[in-house]
Design a protein around this ligand. Structure first.
Ligand code: 2NL
Length: 348
């Protein structure tokens, strides 16, 4: 029996040498220490031995069993460590690899201009108001001193939806609505940004869909000099602190007097260049004192209240400020244009 045990030890030694992973090791444990193992078989045979022999063999058997267990356990530890290391090696992450680029959208140039203008006028106490793009003929034309048949309606060829609804040609109907809702409550200090529509043939400088930011101030004792001071602040903010402005007489049905406003050229400073067409001045917007007919029609007694209004074209401001020569760039959504533009921050 002793020989049996020695033999078993030998085969165990050679078997354990061939173990390469935990599964094989587990099999080995079942083979050598399990209920149907060789060791168990030998211990059954011990029943027929004498007490002396039982003692001796039992001792040897326990020693062998302990050796098996110890060897299996230490190999188990070794293999577990090895498998963990392999796993960690395989799953190693290279933290120095460049990260996947996440594409972020930019702010559209027109939105940028509108935000900038809004911020400026909010800082001067104005409210920002929006209104419907589908308007009534009444608010879009009639209340703005443009009765049916007025020649200025022809120059604003419009998209009519029904006989008396249309896509607004300017954002002034928002201001009309505001005055009507407040009736002699003053002051009114608002700017109204938004989309506007005119039946134009699109080219480099015309678009049938464009934006406007209109401003309106109504109170007692509002004069042309308030308008001039306000627009000077606007011109300096948008085109640089050194800018000057000048007023030229003009005509709009809803203002009297009406003016066009020029800013001294931000490119040549007034000397003359191709941007200002050698005049030293660039037209930036139209404005005027609110026509008495508009004030009266909207519920403000024109003998008591006066006001100024102005209309800014964000497309025109963006084209000047960022040197864009074709208005269609704003609407064709070419990412190369929008991306390129997003890098530009400010003139002067
Ligand atoms: C332009 C400049 C302008 C106004 C818009 C306005 C609004 C009300 C009353 C009086 Cl409610 N005026 N807006 C005034 C002057 C000019 O826009 O180039 N328009 C075609």
């Amino acid at each position: 029996m002793k020989e049996e045990l020695q033999k078993l030890k030998k085969t165990f030694n050679s078997d354990i040498d061939n173990i390469t992973n935990l599964n094989e090791l587990n099999e080995l444990r079942v083979n050598y220490l399990g209920k149907k193992s060789k060791l168990q078989e030998i211990s059954m045979m011990m029943r027929d031995l004498s007490i002396e022999e039982k003692k001796e063999c039992g001792k040897l058997m326990n020693e062998i069993k302990t050796t098996f267990e110890n060897e299996i356990n230490s190999l188990k530890e070794e293999l577990e460590k090895k498998e963990l290391e392999e796993k960690l090696n395989k799953e190693r992450i290279d933290v120095t690899l460049p990260a996947t680029k996440i594409k972020v959208g930019g702010i559209h140039p027109i939105t940028k201009i509108i935000n900038e203008v809004e911020d400026l006028f909010i800082s001067m106490g104005y409210d920002v108001l929006e209104g419907p793009e589908v308007e009534s003929d009444l608010y879009n034309f009639e209340m703005l001193n443009l009765p049916k048949g007025h020649p200025a309606r022809d120059t604003q060829d419009s998209f009519y939806i029904t006989e008396d609804t249309l896509l607004r040609t300017q954002t002034s109907p928002v201001q009309v609505r505001t005055m009507l809702a407040n009736r002699e409550k003053t002051p009114i200090r608002i700017i109204c940004p938004g989309k506007t529509y005119r039946k134009d043939n699109d080219d480099a400088t015309h678009s049938h869909e464009f934006h406007q930011i209109e401003g309106l101030v109504v109170d007692e004792n509002i004069s042309m000099s308030d308008l001039k001071g306000t627009l000077e602040i606007f011109a300096k903010k948008m085109f640089g602190e050194k800018r000057e402005i000048r007023f030229r007489p003009s005509y709009f049905p809803f203002t009297e007097p009406s003016i066009e406003v020029d800013v001294s050229c931000f490119n040549c400073g007034g000397k003359g260049c191709n941007i200002c067409k050698n005049t030293g001045w660039i037209e930036i917007l139209g404005a005027g004192m609110v026509h008495p007919n508009v004030l009266n029609g909207c519920g403000y007694d024109s003998n008591k209240f006066t006001g100024f209004a102005f209309g800014i074209g964000p497309e025109r401001i963006a084209m000047l400020k960022y040197g864009i020569s074709d208005i269609r760039n704003f609407y064709t959504n070419d990412l190369r244009f929008l991306k390129e533009f997003d890098k530009v921050e400010k003139v002067n």
